[in-house]
Ligand binder design. Structure first.
Ligand code: NAP
Length: 325
């Protein structure tokens, strides 16, 4: 009798759709474990139509938008794994209605975002960007840079005292700042003074750092009235989402001197930044780099991959968003 040779059983690799420009340290493990379709829905709709029924997972970034329309085309979808803590671009209600779980990457980016908030505050107050331009333009011999603002000992208001807000407070404490905060409710275990609204907090702050989630609940939370309360010596620092500040009101307030300045990592219509902001000297701008260090992006990628892998192999999820817990 000839020996019976069995072919090894090969499980088909799960199909995964990437909807963002993800870094290689996420796409490489995805390619090894799955069949990865990188933005196929945008680049090749005909090819996408063929694979769509088989797609079991979406890999997204914190800025990705995933709505019900895309989910409707993916009947086998099980998970949307976001590489980022903010998931305001994902229609979580639509996902839940279809039995799809949403995961994100909280915690691993707290240090970086808090570091950037402090860096932006210092850059604005101590005019780091302006000072650099001053030297490069050969202006030092012709006169001193105008005086900056003292940060140590100043009053810091934090809008959103969650994971990152608390990391910002920890750093600001080392600068001897007087810290207060607002959120929808006072947070147990946080010793800093709680104020019930952003306007009340702004009225008692020199620097107002915004670090809430984006989405409908916080849209234009920082409006003309809050900026007026912050006052002509005040500076607003936004590391949350562009949607949390009324950008048109911010531009008006900066133009009119209603507030002294702004330091912004996030914008309403990224990557488009209004020309008015780009032309202002009393504004420091950054291109959404809160978590953008090699170390943190890798940690975020590892957690995003671990969530996706857990779902597709029937294991418990590591960090589902609160609505999916
Ligand atoms: P978190 O732990 O969930 O904290 C969010 C805080 O915002 C909580 O204190 C929450 O308190 C408060 N909040 C929520 N809705 C509010 C509202 N309507 N009014 C006032 N306060 C409100 O989140 P996290 O991990 O600190 O992250 C916060 C956000 O930072 C993310 O969602 C993301 O948008 C942003 N982020 C930006 C970058 C960047 O690159 N710039 C990077 C990472 C994260 P209550 O629930 O008591 O209101």
């Amino acid at each position: 009798m000839p020996e019976l040779k069995l072919e090894p059983m090969t499980m088909p690799k799960p199909d995964v759709l990437s909807v963002a420009n993800l870094p290689p340290f996420l796409t490489e493990p995805l390619k090894a474990a799955c069949t990865l379709h990188q933005r196929l829905h945008e680049t090749d709709p005909a090819a996408f139509a063929k694979v769509a029924p088989h797609i079991r997972a979406i890999a997204a970034s914190g800025e990705s938008k995933v709505g019900a329309e895309l989910m409707d085309r993916l009947p086998a979808l099980e998970i949307i794994s976001v590489m980022g803590v903010g998931y305001d671009g994902i229609d979580v209600a639509a996902a839940k209605a279809r039995g799809v779980v949403v995961t994100h990457t909280p915690g691993v980016l707290n240090d970086d975002v808090a570091d950037l908030a402090i860096a932006l505050m210092l850059a604005w107050a101590r005019q780091i960007v302006r000072a650099d331009r001053f030297i490069r333009a050969g202006q030092w011999p012709t006169g001193p840079l105008p005086l900056g603002r003292k940060v140590s000992g100043a009053r810091l208001g934090i809008v959103g005292m969650g994971r990152i807000g608390q990391a910002i407070a920890q750093r600001a404490s080392a600068f001897g700042m007087a810290i207060a905060y607002t959120a929808r409710s006072a947070r147990a275990g946080v010793a800093h003074r709680y104020l019930p609204s952003a306007a009340a907090l702004a009225a008692e702050s020199d620097f107002l750092v915004v670090i809430t989630p984006g989405g409908a609940g916080t849209r234009k939370l920082i409006d003309a009235a809050v900026l007026k309360a912050l006052g002509p010596q005040g500076c607003v620092i936004n590391v949350a989402r562009g949607s949390v500040i009324d950008e048109a009101a911010l531009i008006d307030a900066l133009r009119a001197g209603t507030i002294a300045g702004a330091a912004l990592d996030v914008f309403e219509d990224e990557p488009n930044v209004p020309q008015a902001l780009r032309e202002m000297d009393n504004v420091v701008l950054a291109p959404h780099i809160g978590s953008a260090t090699a170390q943190t992006r890798r940690a975020m990628a590892d957690l995003a991959f671990a969530n996706l892998n857990a779902q597709l192999s029937g294991q418990p999820l590591h960090t589902p968003v609160p609505e999916c817990q």
